[in-house]
Ligand binder design. Structure first.
Ligand SMILES: [Zn+2]
Length: 430
């Protein structure tokens, strides 16, 4: 089916030029035409959307999130990472039911779509959940992303955990829906050596990326050095990581040797600036990682440590932190940051056909209507406003894989009112 989105200003992020009064024609899930408005092209389109005055850009990529945790927003504020996990988050997650997890995940997807994300990279705690039922619910939302069973050593035993993770990953991979998966051991400190090795072999066997929290805090670095005589990045190298595409969430505390290894192996860093600030973990030096050639993507982490999934807020924070910590505004130009939150994220997640708007690529894009928004004036400076002035609440429309999933802020694939009601009902059961 052909659809036309027209009379809009398009930021392709394939180049810095803006297409003024442009149009995008999609054919099924792909972009068939992108360029100047040509009236006659409307004739063979079955659906047409007059987006007069709107700005259009690629959908944002949230490269590290925990969608099942959306029900834990506001739990355990102002605590350090390790007590926050062991005293607050993990005991509450142990009480999750599958229906609660589905509602929480849908709430995260509502929040992501409404704030401009079109592709996400999740890892969820599977304890007590029917993971297949959760996947079936997530795949029906119209959202695109990776949903992954988090492996971490517990009473169930490493062998049983690895088998469950394998079965789920194999099932998702065979299903070929808009939801894909990764192999996601939680972290070097919460998985046994055996479980980390099993994760690598599952990833190799099913040809999937690995996704893991790494080098988030000084404590993690110091503990790893004393226990394994290696930094977390080097320890994982010894266990066979990097032989598959690998995404590291965080990378706050890294040595020069770590950075060289990440670059050599093509490992991506998912940078979560607000979560790192809120948990007092520090600031990842992404401008140096970027300069060294490491693929850096942007992420929110969960709402329990953020406390929202607004990638516009995340981009702006990430850019400002680099300028402040390097004491120069040149440390992170706006265009580089927009690329990190779109194309770099797509690359990190293994999606080679999204992240920029060009013909042949997937039709994953969002719009903002600036005309009635005083904080997005003057209109002429739009490319600056997208990074330094806009917020997720400004997003008007969202198209994922050629499907319109939000039109003028109304969701077309999810019942937002019902999800909000259910989320509050389930929260009281915890
Ligand atoms: Zn995380």
């Amino acid at each position: 089916m052909k659809k036309a989105f027209y009379h809009c200003d398009i930021f392709t992020l394939d180049h810095e030029k803006i297409i003024k009064d442009g149009m995008i024609i999609t054919e099924d899930e792909k972009i068939a035409y992108i360029g100047k408005m040509e009236e006659e092209r409307l004739q063979d389109c079955e659906e047409t959307y007059n987006w007069s005055g709107k700005w259009v850009m690629p959908g944002l990529v949230n490269s590290h999130v925990h969608i099942v945790m959306n029900i834990l927003r506001g739990v355990g504020d102002d605590m350090l990472l390790h007590p926050w996990l062991t005293e607050k988050i993990w005991p509450l997650e142990a009480k999750f039911t599958t229906d609660l997890a589905i509602t929480s995940s849908k709430a995260a997807i509502v929040e992501m779509i409404k704030s401009g994300t079109t592709l996400f990279n999740d890892m969820f705690n599977p304890i007590g959940l029917d993971v297949f039922k959760l996947y079936e619910a997530v795949k029906d939302t119209g959202m695109k992303g990776n949903l992954a069973y988090t492996l971490f050593s517990n009473d169930k035993g490493d062998e049983a955990i690895a088998k469950e993770a394998y079965d789920m990953a194999q099932y998702i991979k065979k299903d070929r829906s808009l939801i894909r998966t990764t192999v996601a051991p939680h972290s070097p400190y919460s998985c046994s050596e055996e479980l980390l090795r099993s994760s690598v072999s599952i990833a190799k066997d099913l040809d999937l990326p690995l996704h893991i929290h790494v080098s988030e805090t000084e404590k993690e670095m110091n503990d790893c050095l004393s226990e394994h005589k290696a930094t977390p990045v080097q320890y994982l190298a010894d266990l066979g990581f990097y032989e598959q595409p690998t995404i590291f969430a965080h990378g706050v505390v890294l040595t020069d040797e770590d950075v060289a290894l990440l670059n050599e192996k093509g490992t991506s860093i998912a940078h979560n600036p607000i979560s790192n600030l809120k948990l007092g973990s520090g600031v990842a030096d992404i401008s140096s990682l970027n300069r060294a050639g490491v693929n850096v993507a942007i992420a929110t982490d969960s709402v329990a440590s953020n406390n929202n999934l607004d990638m516009f807020e995340e981009m702006r924070t990430a850019a400002l932190l680099q300028k402040g910590t390097h004491k120069t505004p040149e440390a992170m130009p706006a265009y580089s940051m927009l690329k990190m939150a779109t194309l770099n994220g797509s690359k990190a997640l293994g999606y080679e056909d999204t992240g920029v708007l060009k013909e042949g690529y997937k039709a994953d894009f969002i719009s903002i209507d600036p005309r009635d928004k005083v904080h997005l004036q003057p209109l002429e400076n739009a490319s600056s406003h997208l990074l330094y002035a806009a917020s997720g609440k400004d997003v008007s429309d969202s198209v994922i894989n050629g499907n319109v999933v939000m039109e003028n802020r109304v969701l077309l694939t999810l019942d937002e009112e019902r999800i909000i009601y259910d989320l509050n009902y389930y929260y009281k059961t915890l």
